[in-house]
Design a protein around this ligand. Structure first.
Ligand SMILES: O=C(O)CCC(=O)C(=O)O
Ligand SMILES: [Fe+2]
Length: 303
C-alpha cells in the first residue's frame, strides 16, 4: 500500500533550525521540492478534520465591517460606509475592529490545529525568523495550503483588503494586484521584537488574533512619522487591525509577558512593484475599487 501524502509529510526529515536561520540552500530546496507533497498533505488533513468543527466563514469578520463591505460589493457607491469604520490613529495609519471577537475563537482553534498537524510549515523569515508564524500565501513554499484556510484567506485578501486599501490609499491602485501574507507570534523569551523597518508592500494589513482575556504586555507596534519624526506606540485589542502603506517606518516593541498572534498581509503590484512617491494619482470610479484584478498570481515573493 502506498503511504498517504499526509503520512509522508509528517515523517519527512526536516531542516534544522540552525540551517533555517542560516538560510542554507538545502532549506530552500527542502521547501521547493516538497511544495506539492505538503499541499496534498494539507488537503488530506483538512478533509479529515471533524466535519462538526465550525466553518471558517464570513461570520469571523466584524459584523459592521462585513455588512458594509458586502453592501459595497453590491453597490460600490455605498463604499463611504466602509471608510467611516477606519479611524486614522497616526499619520497614514488606520485602525478598525476587523474580526468579530465573539467568533475569533473559530479561527484560532483552526490555527491551533494547524500548529499541531505535524506537516512542515515554513515560518516567515523577513527580517528575522519568526518561529511561531507561518507563510499563508500560495506563492510561498511551505505555505498553509489547507483548502478551508485558503478559501478564507482569498476572501480576506480579495473581498476585504484590496478594496479597503484602494479606498484609504488611492495611490496603491494598480500596485495591489498580488497578495502575500504570513502569521507571526511574539512570545517572551522566544521571538520578542522587530527593529524599525518598512515593508516591501504597497499596503500592509496587520490583524490581531488574540482572544479576549489573552493578555500580554509590551509588544506595541511603534510607528515613526517621517515628516515630524514623532513616534507613537500603537497596541492591538483582540480582532483589531492596522492598515498602512508599507513605506511607513515601524517596529515591534519587545513582548514582556504572554503572547501576541497576528496576520500580516501585503498587497503589491506585479513582480513586487510599489507605488512611486509623489506620482500623480488618477481618479477612479467606486466600481473600479470594488473589482478583482484581471491578472494571474505571478509567484514573486519578497522572502
Ligand atoms: O509586530 C507586528 O505586529 C508587526 C510586524 C511587522 O512589522 C512585520 O512583520 O513586518
Ligand atoms: Fe513590518
Amino acid at each position: 500500500m502506498s503511504q498517504t501524502s499526509l503520512h509522508h509529510a509528517r515523517t519527512i526529515e526536516r531542516p534544522s533550525r540552525e540551517a533555517m536561520l542560516q538560510r542554507a540552500p538545502s532549506v530552500q530546496r527542502f521547501w521547493t521540492e516538497n511544495k506539492e507533497l505538503f499541499a496534498k498533505a494539507w488537503s488530506e488533513w483538512d478533509g479529515g478534520r471533524n466535519s462538526g468543527s465550525p466553518a471558517l466563514d464570513s461570520s469571523i469578520f466584524d459584523p459592521r465591517l462585513r455588512d458594509t463591505i458586502e453592501a459595497a460589493w453590491i453597490d460600490p457607491t455605498k463604499e463611504n460606509k466602509v471608510k467611516e469604520l477606519w479611524k486614522e490613529v497616526f499619520p497614514g495609519v488606520y485602525r478598525t475592529q476587523f474580526f468579530n471577537v465573539d467568533q475569533l475563537h473559530t479561527l484560532r482553534a483552526y490555527m491551533d490545529a494547524v500548529g499541531e498537524a505535524e506537516i512542515p510549515l515554513r515560518p516567515p523569515y523577513g527580517i528575522v525568523l519568526n518561529r511561531g508564524g507561518a507563510m499563508l500565501d500560495p506563492r510561498s513554499e511551505g505555505y498553509l495550503a489547507a483548502p478551508t484556510f485558503q478559501a478564507f484567506y482569498q476572501e480576506l485578501m480579495n473581498r476585504y483588503m484590496r478594496p479597503v486599501s484602494r479606498l484609504l490609499f488611492p495611490d496603491v491602485v494598480g500596485f495591489d494586484t498580488q497578495t502575500f501574507g504570513f502569521s507571526i507570534q511574539w512570545q517572551e523569551n522566544k521571538d520578542t521584537s522587530l527593529r524599525p523597518h518598512s515593508d516591501a508592500s504597497a499596503v500592509t494589513l496587520n490583524i490581531n488574533l488574540n482572544l479576549p482575556g489573552e493578555d500580554y504586555s509590551g509588544s506595541a507596534v511603534s510607528f515613526i512619522d517621517p515628516a515630524t519624526r514623532r513616534i507613537e506606540k500603537l497596541t492591538f485589542e483582540p480582532g483589531t487591525a492596522l492598515i498602512h502603506h508599507g513605506s511607513v517606518p515601524h517596529a515591534s516593541e519587545p513582548i514582556t509577558s504572554g503572547e501576541r498572534f497576528n496576520f500580516v498581509l501585503w498587497l503589491y503590484g506585479d513582480h513586487g512593484q510599489l507605488p512611486i512617491e509623489g506620482a500623480s494619482v488618477p481618479k477612479i470610479e467606486p466600481s473600479e475599487r470594488w473589482s478583482l484584478p484581471d491578472v494571474k498570481n505571478d509567484d514573486f515573493a519578497p522572502f
